[in-house]
Design a protein around this ligand. Structure first.
Ligand code: TXA
Ligand code: MG
Length: 331
């Protein structure tokens, strides 16, 4: 069931909430198939996390490097003890922020049934409980933790609608479930919680301010500030990239550029948030980058965005989108 024409969209969004669709998706996942599904952050490309072959097909479909580990998604906290060791920090954050846009990196338990491909051979495993009700229903139906990266070709802009998923992966998945646009719009915040203090591996939909409200002001550690801290194997310099080059901190458009605005923005082709709200900007970010990625433009120029709140995640994605890369439109 690939539901796509604009007219069908409303029905599709309703269908996503439908138990019947969750059952069908769960059955496919349990049978080792790939299912693309909505979460509150971005669309995920799901497979049974305990099935090596199914997990391998995620890497194949996305063209994802195998050294980059995946997140195992669960519908409820009681599932986690079976495969990850929860420290006090982990438990505290999980109780406060799950379900939600937060991923916790923990040690694998001895009998951890999650495929080592999910962990990319590491002793750790990343776990997330999404807040999207359909996502949780789907995983509960599957009856196994679901490994799910963003449902796009590796390195490209992440999908926040089912249509984006279709554009990248249409013939490579068994089912694309349309749940409408994603509410948060940037991926989950990834935290290594094996020590006393959380280490920020990836800025995302849960802000540092929110985390520190639970763990104490100044408690979040940043790997860039200390070489001894763990870092994420997946933080590639070039990522989230449209085919056009991207220029950051632009105050106006140069010749041939499409200006992506924020706040008061004269001459912007699209504006992430006219009122200067970073949550609204995050929700629009990937969809607008895709929209401006058109041959009539030479480059996408993005106005400055503050780094507080969700601005940290937005700036992280933009920095990677702007990173010089070898694969361009021409090559
Ligand atoms: O919001 C999200 O997190 C979305 C939705 C679908 O849940 N998923 C997502 O997955 O963004 P992905 O694969 O695009 O990003 C997972 C991130 C990568 O940066 C990866 O390196 C990191 O999590 N990660 C996964 N397992 C890890 C581990 N064991 N240690 C360190 N980093 C890990
Ligand atoms: Mg991704």
């Amino acid at each position: 069931m690939v539901l796509m024409s604009p007219k069908e969209k409303m029905t599709a969004a309703l269908k996503a909430a439908d138990e019947e669709t969750a059952r069908e998706g769960g059955r496919l996942l349990a049978a080792g198939k790939l299912v693309a599904f909505p979460t509150e952050t971005v669309y995920g490309l799901g497979a049974d996390a305990t099935n090596d072959k199914a997990v391998a097909s995620i890497f194949e479909a996305k063209g994802r490097p195998q050294f980059n580990p995946l997140i195992a998604h669960v519908p409820e906290l009681s599932w986690v003890g079976g495969f990850a060791e929860m420290t006090d920090t982990a438990l505290r954050l999980a109780k406060r922020f799950w379900p939600g846009p937060m991923t916790l990196v923990m040690n694998r338990t001895k009998a951890c049934p999650v495929s080592y491909l999910v962990s990319a051979g590491l002793d750790s495993v990343a776990v997330r409980m999404p807040s999207h009700p359909f996502a949780r229903a789907l995983i509960a139906e599957a009856g196994v933790p679901v490994a799910a990266p963003s449902a796009n070709i590796s390195g490209t802009v992440s999908p926040t609608t089912a249509e984006h998923v279709r554009q990248g992966l249409e013939n490579r998945v068994s089912l694309i479930i349309d749940g409408g646009p994603c509410r948060v719009g940037v991926e989950s915040t990834v935290l290594d919680v094996r020590g006393d203090r959380p280490v920020l591996l990836r800025a995302g939909g849960l802000t540092v301010e929110e985390i520190e409200d639970e763990t104490g002001k100044g408690s979040v550690l940043f790997p860039e500030s200390d070489p001894a801290l763990p870092r994420s194997p997946g933080q590639l310099s070039s990522h989230y990239a449209p085919s056009l080059p991207v220029r950051l901190n632009a105050l106006f458009a140069e010749e041939g550029e499409a200006l992506l605005g924020f706040g008061k923005a004269e001459g912007a082709v699209l504006n992430l948030s006219p009122s200067g709200d970073t949550a609204e900007a995050a929700a629009n970010l990937f969809a607008y980058m895709r929209e401006l990625d058109r041959p009539e433009f030479r480059r996408i120029a993005v106005m400055p965005i503050p780094t507080d709140g969700l601005g940290l995640a937005i700036n992280d994605r933009l920095k990677r989108a702007a990173y010089p890369r070898r694969v361009t439109k021409q090559s």
